[in-house]
Design a protein. Structure first.
Length: 185
């Protein structure tokens, strides 16, 4: 009966050679943020947001809403929003995530609120103006949705922006339902 030592030594050397090759390989390249993702940094920080809901059939009597937004960047790829606010209907909390989809060349936004609401939107940016469309311009529109929202944000300075929110029912004209402003604290 032959000794198992030469076989064990051969397997050990084979394993050692394979391990050396793994160690010699270069580290994988990490994905780097695209220039489009640099726009996400605008929203990082703590913002005080104030807006007015205009009277209308879908908004009721209207009123002022105050929100504090604490936003942080996640790996240069996403902004995570933590919102707390109060208005005519009471107080509420929401989290949201804004990112950039390089395949579709749009920004994506999803939000989840403490009343169980879930929202999804897509956005584009041109210069200092963001246009956010909800429901998202993809297959995520709920069955039976007969309205669309258009939220337009105008960057006034690095520490302030204004916005309007418009609604279109059954493909009809856009009607302004909210307007407001935000300032970085």
């Amino acid at each position: 009966m032959k000794s198992a030592l030469p076989l064990a030594l051969f397997l050990y050397l084979l394993l050692l050679t394979g391990s050396w090759r793994c160690w010699a390989q270069a580290e994988p390249q990490l994905t780097k943020p695209s220039p489009e993702r640099q726009h996400l940094h605008y929203f990082v920080g703590t913002w005080q947001i104030e807006w007015e809901t205009l009277p209308g059939p879908m908004t009721g009597a209207g009123g002022k809403i105050m929100v504090t937004d604490h936003n942080e960047i996640l790996g240069d790829f996403f902004v995570v929003f933590h919102r707390e606010g109060r208005g005519p209907r009471g107080s509420g909390k929401e989290i949201g995530i804004l990112g950039y989809d390089p395949t579709r060349k749009v920004y994506t936004y999803e939000n989840f609120s403490d009343d169980g609401d879930v929202g999804r939107a897509t956005a584009t940016i041109s210069g200092d103006t963001w246009v956010v469309l909800a429901p998202a311009t993809d297959n995520c529109q709920k069955v039976g949705d007969n309205f669309k929202e258009r939220f337009t944000i105008k960057e006034v300075s690095p520490i302030s922006y204004t916005f309007i929110n418009e609604l279109s029912v059954d493909g009809g004209p856009w009607t302004k339902i909210e307007q407001g402003k935000a300032a970085k604290k």
